[in-house]
Write a protein that binds this ligand. Structure first.
Ligand SMILES: *Cc1c(COP(=O)(O)O)cnc(C)c1O
Length: 389
């Protein structure tokens, strides 16, 4: 095996999938409650997406951002309409989308004469693995061994508006606050609505940019196109990736308000970013979510899952909390539970554990009510058995 050893991989490989089921190379079938970490929005081999990708591949895969790209312009129009933003930069992943956001915030600062622009970030945040996004990430284990980190970030506890206010009192270099409306890798933690609106108000008062990393919670997964739409706040920058292309790599950095119109030619770029293939996949993903009512489905089926697990696990010692929004769900246990992933795999279920103790469920948006009932029925005994309950 000559693949660099950056993942603790499970000993299984998959050959094909259909809807929310995927099959391994031995022919065993699994129910996919993870979507490759919030990526496979439309599940597997969705006929409409397959046709769109094949059609686009037959016309043109790549030209270059040296030229206009019609699919990219169409996707930008669509994302602007859905997000309340004004313009979009396209890239290929979540960390790149966040890099663009960080560069925008620094540029915004420099334009106001702030020479060492600083961004407020959260404890337990995850923003990516590139040097700047790793530095913004609130996980010492992920950063260890890669110092020196990129300067220009200060960290506060999540949901702590007072901590941000007190930094504002003495630090004149702050240009932005960067936040996940629902922390994914950090363990499915939700930003309180008052925190979100307070942040917006503070950003207005102080002339800071509000940046929402929607890489995991965006794209209709929580029952709205963007997580920030639940509380009705409008950030200046939002980033997308994971679910945007339903498996075809694409990222996007959306800017509005004070963050719009900052960049000019030469300020940023990406060879592959916004290529016709990736944009066709994203346009089809969005069109399918709209045509098939998948946003409302995410809300409905997500509620069914949370209620289902609450009932099934009621009174089980060791289950601390079941939380989430739409199809972004965490079941927090009182102990590290990474081994549940392997147990679930053996039982034909794809799930994940994050932040040591949180079972994380991120099913495709096409997850049906029957599949949700099946997931509750099949996963509950594994959790109870693990807890010795
Ligand atoms: C996954 C994730 C990223 C990083 O995305 P990559 O495509 O792996 O670079 C950034 N932010 C959040 C919130 C994520 O969940």
């Amino acid at each position: 095996m000559h693949v660099m050893n950056t993942y603790a991989r499970l000993p299984v490989a998959f050959s094909h999938g259909q809807g929310c089921r995927i099959t391994d190379t031995e022919g065993k079938e699994y129910l996919d409650a993870l979507s490759g970490i919030a990526v496979s929005t439309l599940g597997h081999a969705h006929p409409r997406l397959v046709a769109a990708i094949a059609g686009q591949a037959g016309r043109m895969l790549h030209t270059s951002n040296l030229y206009r790209i019609r699919e990219q312009e169409d996707l930008a129009d669509k994302l602007v309409a859905l997000s309340g933003m004004q313009e979009v930069f396209f890239c290929n992943s979540g960390c790149e989308a966040n890099e663009a956001a960080i560069k925008l915030a620094r540029y915004f600062g420099h334009k106001k004469g702030i020479e060492t622009p600083t961004i407020i970030v959260m404890e337990k945040a995850f923003h990516g693995r590139t040097m700047a996004t790793l530095s913004a990430t609130g996980n010492r284990k992920a950063q260890a061994g890669f110092e020196p980190l990129v300067a220009g970030f200060v960290r506060v506890p999540y949901n702590d508006l007072q901590a941000i206010r007190s930094i504002a009192e003495h630090n004149r270099n702050i240009v932005a606050v960067m936040v996940e409306i629902i922390q994914g890798e950090g363990g499915i933690h939700l930003a309180a609505p008052e925190f979100q609106s307070g942040l917006r108000q503070l950003c207005d008062e102080r002339d800071w940019l509000m940046i929402c990393d929607e890489v995991q919670c965006g794209m209709a997964r929580t029952g709205k196109w963007f997580g920030y739409q639940h509380a009705g706040v409008q950030p200046d920058i939002a980033t997308l990736a994971k679910g945007l292309g339903s498996g075809v790599p694409i990222g996007a950095c959306l800017a509005g308000g004070k963050a719009a119109g900052l960049f000019g030619p030469g300020n940023h770029g990406s060879t592959f970013g916004g290529n016709p293939l990736a944009c066709a996949a994203a346009l089809t993903t969005i069109a399918t979510i709209e045509a098939d009512g998948l946003m409302a489905a995410a809300e409905r089926v997500g509620l069914q899952l949370r209620q289902g697990f609450k009932e099934a696990l009621a009174g089980t010692a060791g289950v601390l909390e079941i939380r989430g929004q739409g199809l972004m769900i965490g079941i927090e246990l009182d102990r590290p539970c990474g081994e549940l992933v392997g147990k679930a795999l053996a039982a034909g279920l794809l799930i994940n554990v994050t932040a040591d103790k949180v079972v994380r469920l991120l099913p495709p948006l096409i997850f049906s009510e029957a599949e949700a009932a099946e997931l509750v029925a099949r996963l509950t005994p594994l959790i109870k058995d693990f807890l010795g309950a």
